[in-house]
Design a binder for this molecule. Structure first.
Ligand SMILES: [Zn+2]
Length: 249
């Protein structure tokens, strides 16, 4: 049976090799990185709201917690923080950005990637390794190629003036399986109000120069390989941050 949420342009890439390129795609993985050295800053320094606590690992993966330095989820490259500040300024009155997660240390990325990849392999044991990698990267990037590990991506949503999260169709971090594809930005399986809010979010972030990862409505980046792929930039300007993620003063 085909659920209504699984129709639309992006849905085909749930189970086939068509659809937008994913982070595991060689066309994305092969992009060169020439890091511009932009420092890590607390995203609140750009006037953008951020969740006080780091997010729990996605449910359903058997992970109760992943190790990460306290408050590292608040950190992003300064280039990205500045653009988020610009985007916040263009939102309609009464709407605010809320960053749920910026930097994700490589160890945490690796743990989430391994757990989700294992789940896909367990549930679909007939798949080959390449297809398991591709399906895994709809939801979580390989640690060597992950925008969050570069401080170049945020998981972000909209809140009202009181800080209540608005309904954009699924929770942040819903897997394709759990949301029946409604986590895809273009999903038709969401309410018209949620669709409108996704458009408002996309307009503000897109004008500020960020790009969306089409299988996750909440994931936006600047300067990483996916950004370079989408914008046609000759190389990415933010690669993985493997130094101690201490914010610049
Ligand atoms: Zn993300």
């Amino acid at each position: 049976m085909t659920s209504p949420a699984m129709t639309g342009p992006a849905a085909s890439s749930l189970t086939t090799t068509s659809g937008p390129p994913l982070l595991s795609d060689p066309r994305v993985r092969g992009i060169r990185v020439v890091d511009d050295g932009s420092p890590m800053v607390d995203v609140a320094s750009a006037g953008v709201r951020v969740e006080p606590a780091a997010p729990a690992p996605p449910p359903g993966l058997g992970l109760e917690w992943v190790a990460a330095p306290a408050r590292s989820h608040r950190l992003v490259r300064r280039t990205l923080a500045d653009r988020l500040g610009e985007a916040q300024a263009t939102l309609p009155d009464g709407l605010h950005l809320l960053v749920v997660e910026g930097l994700r240390p490589a160890g945490a990325q690796g743990a989430i990637h391994a757990a989700y990849r294992r789940r896909i392999a367990d549930e679909q044991p007939w798949l080959g390794a390449d297809e398991i990698d591709r399906l895994t990267s709809r939801f979580v990037a390989p640690p060597t190629n992950a925008p969050h590990v570069s401080g170049a991506a945020v998981d972000i949503t909209l809140v009202d003036p009181g800080g209540e999260r608005l309904d954009l169709g699924t929770p942040v971090d819903a897997t394709p399986e759990e949301s029946a594809g409604a986590c895809y930005f273009d999903s038709q399986g969401i309410s018209s109000q949620a669709r409108q809010l996704r458009s408002v979010l996309a307009l503000a972030l897109g004008r500020a120069g960020l790009v969306n990862y089409p299988t996750e409505w909440w994931h936006w980046s600047f300067g990483d390989r996916y950004w370079a792929h989408v914008t046609g930039a000759p190389f990415a300007i933010h690669g993985p941050v493997d130094r101690d993620p201490t914010p610049a003063r």
